[in-house]
Ligand binder design. Structure first.
Ligand SMILES: Cc1ncc(COP(=O)(O)O)c(C=O)c1O
Length: 384
């Protein structure tokens, strides 16, 4: 039975994996080496230099390809390094159409680095994908989609965007960080390329910073492998080991993230002091039907706003939390809370951030896998 025909949970554990060739180790060893002995120039066992390839990284890259239903995986030093590699497929004069409320670091990379190299970006609200066609011209090379978006949890219809991308022969890349392949498989929906901040759910334990790309097409994979080696922002062997270990429990963690997320979203929605809860599992969420169609569950990321939209009150709530940790990042086993207006989105002028919904009292939760009653008690106490 081919390991590639396994179901998702089995692939998370076995996909692309084989016992280590040296001693049969079930978990690939951490090959903490920069180079490999050659018996004669060019005569080696498949590895020459660890920027080009390293056995621990290869084991992870094969796992990534398997769980995303792709063929080729690439691991990078961070999520942004992975996006940086995608942008290096482009030339000056090329144009990109990107989700408008995407992760701030991706926006910074596009607007502050690649715009300076002559690439033009259109930041577009993609909730109605038909709008994308208004921005397509002969220079358009790439559509970049993040769904669900951070921190407003908007959902973009990947299959519809893929149809538009195919019609105009442009690449479609999807940042799958929030959903993970457990919930959403962009390549199956027609995307050309999937990207992850593996720092988040893939690693899952808040102990590593890493990025990943997965593609199906060999030509595209070859170009990206060339960039990975030529630019050199590769993931180290220890980090690859940690993320590979994380992936082996991705399905059980995600199942619990979803269960706890649903319970907390409902608790918040029923709370008299809460004005609004952003979570795609609610029927009232504007993109709920698309979320239901393209995702297997609704995840553990939730944003909410308190009544009165008071900045200081929101700060007090996040300070009062005891089980949730006030911190950047998301996707780990432990619950985290963030205040976008003073943290991740502080550099965006108030009028600008409020246009996308990032108001003063918005709080973002990354719901972990603790006992949900403890998380709810913590929120109840902190909200008061
Ligand atoms: C959706 C999304 N994409 C990309 C990134 C960037 O990844 P990294 O921090 O691993 O560079 C992040 C980080 O928060 C993110 O949330």
């Amino acid at each position: 039975m081919s390991k590639e025909n396994l179901r998702f949970n089995s692939k998370a554990i076995h996909g692309g994996q084989e016992p280590d060739k040296a001693y049969g180790a079930v978990m690939p060893p951490i090959y903490q080496t920069s180079t490999y002995a050659q018996s004669s120039p060019g005569a080696h066992k498949g590895f020459e230099y660890s920027r080009s390839a390293n056995p621990t990284r290869t084991a992870l890259e094969n796992s990534l390809a398997s769980i995303e239903n792709g063929k080729y995986g690439l691991a990078f030093a961070s999520g942004l390094a992975a996006i940086d590699a995608v942008m290096k497929l482009l030339q000056p004069g090329d144009e990109v159409i990107s989700t408008n409320d995407l992760y701030g670091g991706s926006y910074r990379l596009f607007s502050k680095i690649f715009e300076g190299f002559g690439i033009k970006f259109h930041f577009v609200n993609m909730e109605n994908p038909a709008v994308i066609e208004n921005y397509i011209n002969t220079n358009t090379r790439l559509i970049w989609v993040e769904t669900p978006t951070n921190p407003m949890m908007n959902i973009i219809d990947i299959a519809q965007v893929a149809n538009i991308a195919k019609k105009h022969k442009v690449l479609l890349g999807v940042d799958n960080t929030f959903a993970t392949p457990y919930l959403q498989l962009p390549l199956d929906l027609g995307a050309d390329l999937v990207m992850h901040s593996a720092t988040k759910y893939m690693g899952g334990h808040s102990d590593v910073v890493m990025g990943a790309l997965v593609v199906k097409n060999k030509d595209l994979a070859d170009k990206l492998y060339f960039i990975q080696n030529a630019s050199g922002a590769v993931a180290g062997p220890m980090d690859c080991f940690l993320v590979l270990r994380g992936i082996k429990t991705l399905h059980v963690r995600m199942q619990r993230h979803c269960e706890n997320g649903a319970a907390i979203a409902k608790f918040l929605a029923d709370h008299p002091k809460i004005e609004k809860v952003y979570w795609p599992g609610f029927k009232s969420h504007p993109n709920h039907e698309i979320a239901k169609k393209q995702m297997k569950g609704f995840g553990g990321m939730i944003s909410f706003v308190t009544k009165g939209n008071n900045y200081q009150e929101a700060i007090k709530i996040v300070e009062n939390l005891k089980v949730f940790t006030l911190a950047e990042s998301l996707g780990g086993v432990e619950s985290l809370a963030g205040h976008p207006a003073s943290m991740t989105h502080a550099s965006i002028p108030k009028e600008e951030r409020e246009k996308t919904g990032v108001v003063d009292a918005l709080i973002r939760l990354s719901v972990g896998i603790e006992d949900v009653e403890d998380l709810i008690d913590d929120l109840r106490r902190a909200i008061g």
